[in-house]
Design a protein around this ligand. Structure first.
Ligand SMILES: Cc1cc2nc3c(=O)[nH]c(=O)nc-3n(C[C@H](O)[C@H](O)[C@H](O)COP(=O)(O)OP(=O)(O)OC[C@H]3O[C@@H](n4cnc5c(N)ncnc54)[C@H](O)[C@@H]3O)c2cc1C
Length: 315
């Protein structure tokens, strides 16, 4: 448990309209279902409320944003400061002229795909298979089935650490593979995407194919964070992991999936530390076997539990 931060936040930002709660367990807000609490969790009412909070939040209180936690490992000591999770006030979609669609940062990717299909906008069906939100897709340049966010984004709105609004066009996002170069402390609030005009029934069919592919090839009903490591240039992470003998490798309650060995699974009661140690063990073994050091795709956030930091210090 962290000390209660709410009084010091409210002293500086008394007029926030969203929900601000102390010591909120985050494990149930992430796909991996592990890790410690947020010292404070803020769910802003809308973009103005978030801008107000950021403009007033004392500079010594760290601010972290999460989506729906489908690419996140929260460490067991939790996240100090204020964690922001966008919800209702950022949850709308609206079709625009020219095969474009606007979506708030809390819109699930699946819903973005569905809204685009209903509006006859082709090219966004790949989002049907990605279980994150628009905010996470912008930060991660999420992609699948031969497409990615970079290929369909027109512009994104973001607030900086003092609440000033910035609008980035596609080039300004600095997208590369599963990465965007907008400063880490900017919070995306919404975006406009563009596809091509298409037949809703055909797009629905493409989405169905995406869903069936996922069902057959990925452990999507497990506690996982999707691909654990990025594919190194010209290589497949899963092939390197398999060749290094890490399929099904286990540390405590965590193991590498048998179905898709770049997916790391919490078998039920794994701690954040066990999950992270498993990932590090895989990296070490792959490096010994192939000379390639895999790069984490899953974002690891927060601090170690006290006993783990003592262990790390002793090593
Ligand atoms: C079963 C499964 C399958 C997956 N398949 C794919 C796939 O095919 N392709 C793919 O690319 N990914 C895939 N993923 C990973 C994940 O879904 C994506 O990375 C997704 O974009 C993360 O979105 P999120 O809302 O869950 O973000 P989170 O996991 O909560 O956060 C991820 C990162 O985004 C940042 N972030 C979140 N919201 C915002 C915001 N509003 N402003 C600024 N930063 C923000 C966080 O700070 C963090 O750094 C998969 C995951 C799972 C569990």
């Amino acid at each position: 448990m962290f000390p209660d931060l709410i009084p010091s936040v409210l002293a500086e930002a008394p007029d926030i309209r969203g929900r601000l709660l102390p010591n909120v367990p985050l494990s149930y807000l992430t796909w991996l279902r592990a890790g410690g609490p947020a010292q404070a969790l803020f769910t802003p009412a809308d973009e103005d409320d978030l801008a107000y909070f950021l403009s007033r939040c004392p500079a010594d209180i760290p601010v972290t944003v999460i989506g729906v936690g489908s690419n996140l490992l929260v460490r067991d000591g939790g996240i100090p400061g204020v964690t922001i999770r966008l919800a209702r006030g950022f949850n709308a979609t609206a079709p625009l002229d020219g095969a474009r669609i606007k979506a708030g940062a809390a819109v699930p990717d699946v819903r973005l795909a569905q809204a685009a299909a209903s509006a006859g906008i082709d090219g966004l069906a790949f989002y049907r298979g990605i279980p994150g939100t628009v905010g996470g897709a912008l930060r991660m340049n999420a992609g699948a089935h031969g497409s990615e966010t970079r290929k369909v984004l027109v512009e994104a709105r973001a607030l900086d650490s003092v609440g000033t609004l910035h609008v980035f066009d596609n080039g300004g996002m600095g997208f590369t593979y599963r990465h965007c170069s907008v400063p880490e402390d900017y919070i995306f609030t919404g975006a406009v995407f563009e596809g091509t005009p298409g037949d809703p029934a055909e797009i629905e069919k493409a989405m169905q194919e995406v869903a069936e592919y996922r069902e057959a090839n990925q452990p999507i009903k497990s506690r996982t964070g999707g691909s654990t490591f990025k594919n190194p240039p010209g290589q497949s992470a899963w092939k390197l992991i398999d060749a290094a003998g890490c399929r099904c490798l286990r540390v405590g309650g965590a193991h590498m999936s048998e179905m898709h060995c770049n997916f790391l699974i919490n078998g039920g009661d794994a701690t954040g530390a066990e999950i992270e140690r498993l990932g590090e063990l895989v990296r070490e073994r792959v490096f010994q076997h192939s000379g390639i050091m895999l790069e984490w795709e899953i974002k690891r956030i927060g601090i170690l539990a006290r006993e783990d930091s003592q262990l790390a210090a002793a090593e």
